[in-house]
Design a protein around this ligand. Sequence first.
Ligand code: NAD
Length: 265
Amino acid sequence: MEKTRVIVVGANGRMGREVVKAVAREGDLQLVGGVDVIEDEIRIDVGGREVQVKISSNLEESLNALEPHVLVDFTRPGVAMNHFRLAIAKGVSPVIGTTGITPEDIEEAGRLCAQHQVGAVIAPNFAIGAVLMMKFAEMAAPYLPDVEIIELHHNAKLDAPSGTALKTAEAINRVKERWSGSPAQATNGEPAARGMSVGGIQIHSVRLPGLVAHQEVIFGGPGQVLTIRHDSLSRESFMPGVILAIRRVRGLKELVYGLDRLLGL
Ligand code: NAD
């Protein structure tokens, strides 16, 4: 059977390097190259075997020369959508892990997929445990009156609040008619101390070295507290989700937003 040809954009970054390794380990996938801002060659260890990956700085040239089926993007907000547009126009399916993608971007991405009949996946969190955390929070929301979210990430993360926290708040808000949450306001005139409100749900963002990606959804009810917590302890935690998206995206003809939808949750 023909292998799925994969190009990784942001290949020299923290996530990109992990994706390069994960793709190179899979027998049904073929890593055809990497793209990053600086031309380079990286060597990675795949099960004791050294694999060399050429990094080009020119995405368009790489798409033409390497003819990938799937483009995986872990770069930075603001540039990922350019890569998405370029890929779709060439019939290459994008799998976008970069966060900070706006609702307008998602709308445009859906339109482009429909227009070109090319599948795509955009997921702000590829950790399957994190997706389950969001689902469990959605299940708990109708039964417990108040909820707040604390998201904690490494200090190099560019966007805040995290896409996962926003998505969790949106999911909880969808079941809100059965939920009577009313967040307490700051009384000393400093609303920032209570975090950012998303539809009445306060989100608190912590950025510290040493952290990877963590989130707590805390529900409070009379006499009880339910805490749903997920920790990504290393970037490996995202790889099963990324590999699943690479395998599924070629069979799609539309945009799938969120790993939960890909998992059928
Ligand atoms: P990083 O800074 O380590 O890596 C980003 C890489 O992208 C760098 O090597 C940089 O040179 C490269 N880059 C920047 N602009 C580029 C361009 N125009 N063309 C090609 N390459 C370019 O960052 P990271 O920690 O690897 O995170 C990358 C993104 O992935 C962030 O948006 C982060 O929030 C997101 N992320 C998503 C998930 C998820 O599950 N969806 C998980 C972790 C991180």
